[in-house]
Design a protein around this ligand. Structure first.
Ligand SMILES: Cc1cc2nc3c(=O)[nH]c(=O)nc-3n(C[C@H](O)[C@H](O)[C@H](O)COP(=O)(O)O)c2cc1C
Length: 196
């Protein structure tokens, strides 16, 4: 698939068919996410892949899936054949930026202009979402409301932050998000040439 087509075709898909995903598709998606950039090549990103139904149901609870269902969506988290949990590790960045080539001359750590750990996992998530399209699949990112519960369910270390949940599967008819009614904001508000 052309890159442009994958980008344009991608949307958050909030319903999946029961058709299982070929495991090699997930392997290829994850493999591509490893090409995401990271500050100082810290590689603070990681993913947990979940396929067990009971685990998926428990994860869906941390996303308050029942609220989605109440408002007319399908149970797109528990029903997804595969869940990917993208994780960021802030502590890994602090450790990396204490290394000789990154630490300030006076031994102090840089002042972080923005939390690069979240920037980096965002880059990896975007690759995963596009790679899913390239594999003929749909995917949706949803936030979890209880990161500690998610950590506990998946044995995620305390210093690692699961930033949410990505459901992946073959697309089924879904309910579009009401947020889409907002429409795309005008180009003039988005793009500022030379100066804002
Ligand atoms: C950081 C982030 C958090 C999001 N959280 C949720 C969420 O909790 N639940 C949900 O259904 N969609 C969530 N979305 C999806 C957005 O609603 C969606 O990307 C947006 O409406 C545009 O639709 P599209 O991605 O299909 O083009 C999230 C997207 C991002 C980037």
């Amino acid at each position: 698939m052309e890159f442009r087509d994958a980008v344009i075709k991608r949307r958050m898909v909030r319903n999946f068919s029961d058709r299982p995903i070929e495991p090699e598709k997930i392997d290829r998606i994850i493999e591509l996410t490893r090409h995401a950039p990271s500050a100082g090549f810290t590689q603070g990103q990681s993913f947990v892949v979940v396929t067990q139904l009971e685990l998926k149901k428990a994860i869906a609870k941390t996303c308050e899936e029942e609220e989605y269902v109440k408002s007319g969506f399908d149970p797109f988290i528990s029903k997804a054949p595969v869940l990917l949990i993208p994780c960021a590790n802030e502590a890994a960045y602090h450790r990396r930026y204490q290394e000789k080539d990154k630490v300030n001359e006076d031994g102090t750590e840089i002042v972080w202009p923005v939390p690069y750990w979240f920037m980096d996992i965002g880059c990896a998530v975007m690759i995963a979402l596009l790679a899913a399209v390239d594999e003929g699949l749909g995917a949706a990112f949803a936030g979890s409301k209880d990161l500690d519960a998610l950590r506990k369910l998946l044995n995620i270390p305390a210093e690692v932050t699961p930033v949410g949940v990505i459901g992946i599967g073959y697309r089924a008819q879904d309910v579009p998000s009401p947020s889409l009614k907002r429409g795309r904001k005008p180009d003039a508000e988005y793009l500022h040439r030379e100066k804002w």
